[in-house]
Design a protein around this ligand. Structure first.
Ligand code: NAD
Ligand code: UDP
Ligand code: UDP
Length: 316
């Protein structure tokens, strides 16, 4: 039987590389498209001698002509440091990138997944967040290039669905962590783990009372692929994908210090502007429509993450 051919944009990034790997394990042929802005060859090095894996260096804000059966659209810098580095390019990646990938999907009649985000809820006034909540987003702040870009991408996905009958799947991903996070992208889990391993100060922004819910990457990948492959076409989402276990940032700092056995001290720094105070997914919809929920608690996922960074730091 002919292998299903799948395009993964952003395939050399943190999440994209895990999706490529899982799809290859499932017997798919995978084309990874990436401009290597935040993606790294080392994330996909182990896949390169697989004859069913192919890499194209390409920026999705430009048109792309390939022939595939399915598209996973993950291209977009995801950490504040990176998406704020060139905010105009970030919006272009979400908006022009979505138009190009939707145009491609339309021409070849492919099913397409969009990596949306909990950031569409902004600094949420309801807790936990359900898909029906429209969000509280500052349209002109320093996070807006990411938040509004992703919101507009969702609009485009639903208009292509209504107007052109495209088969779409929109997943709103909450904070995810695990091996292959970039150590220099400023995200809280990689920052804290690397700081703890080096016995450096742990930088908690604000008082550390803000909360996040952290999903281990393997659980998330299962969620995304279940959404894409095992739900009927009528189920478009948006659907929250995340782990509802909620922690304050201070709790995370203390947990990481304890698990690493580090002598790091906690220091408090200024809270960046527009930093959401709380975030926790309501995943009732994913449970009901997809039969999916995360299985890996924070402490378990952190073991693998710490081990990854321990090995990674030794290679530097
Ligand atoms: P990442 O930065 O590791 O990966 C993004 C990838 O996209 C990189 O390989 C980068 O080089 C590539 N890219 C960026 N702009 C591009 C462009 N114009 N053309 C082609 N490639 C481009 O980030 P990640 O954590 O793996 O996130 C992947 C996706 O998931 C993103 O769309 C992000 O918004 C979404 N997401 C991630 C999280 C999370 O916690 N990791 C949470 C919510 C949503
Ligand atoms: N596009 C692409 N690959 C394709 C088909 C389309 O990159 O195989 C891009 C193309 O640049 C186009 C965009 O997708 O501008 C939107 O395509 P659509 O057909 O929706 O609109 P139109 O071509 O009318 O602009
Ligand atoms: N954060 C922190 N110290 C760090 C990095 C991040 O206290 O070294 C905080 C940050 O202010 C935010 C939370 O951790 O409240 C999650 O930050 P991250 O950038 O990982 O994700 P996002 O804010 O996009 O959810």
């Amino acid at each position: 039987m002919k292998k299903k051919r799948v395009l993964v944009t952003g395939g050399s990034g943190f999440l994209g590389s895990h999706i490529c790997e899982r799809l290859l394990d499932m017997g798919r042929e995978v084309i990874c498209v990436d401009n290597f802005f935040t993606g790294r060859k080392e994330n996909i090095l182990h896949l390169m001698d697989n004859p069913f894996f192919e890499i194209i260096r390409h920026d999705i804000t430009f048109p792309l002509y390939v022939e595939v059966d399915e598209i996973y659209n993950l291209a977009c810098p995801a950490s504040p440091i990176h998406y704020q580095f060139d905010p105009v390019q970030t919006t272009k990646t979400s908006v022009h990138g979505a138009i190009n990938m939707l145009g491609l999907a339309k021409r070849i009649k492919a099913k397409i997944f969009q990596a949306s985000t909990s950031e569409v809820y902004g600094d949420p006034e309801i807790h936990p967040q359900t898909e029906g909540y429209w969000g509280n987003v500052n349209p002109i702040g320093i996070r807006s290039c990411y938040d509004e870009g992703k919101r507009c991408a969702e609009t485009l996905f639903f208009d292509y669905n209504r107007q052109h009958k495209l088969r779409i799947k929109v997943g709103r991903i909450f904070n995810t962590y695990g091996p292959r996070m970039a150590m220099d992208d400023g995200r809280v889990v990689s920052n804290f783990v690397v700081q703890a391993l080096r016995n450096e100060d742990i930088t908690v922004y604000g008082k550390g009372e803000q909360t996040r819910s952290f999903c281990y990457v393997d659980d998330l990948v299962t969620g995304i692929i279940t959404l894409m492959e095992e739900t009927p076409d009528e189920f478009t989402g948006p659907v929250n994908l995340g782990n509802p276990g909620e922690f304050t940032i201070l709790e995370l700092a203390q947990t990481v210090i304890e698990m690493v056995g580090s002598s790091s001290r906690i220091v408090f720094k200024d809270l960046p502007s527009d930093d959401p105070m709380q975030r926790k997914p309501d995943i009732s919809l994913a449970r009901k429509a997809m039969g999916w929920e995360p299985t890996i608690p924070l402490r378990e996922g952190l073991v693998n993450t710490v081990e990854y960074f321990e090995n990674y730091l030794e290679t530097l």
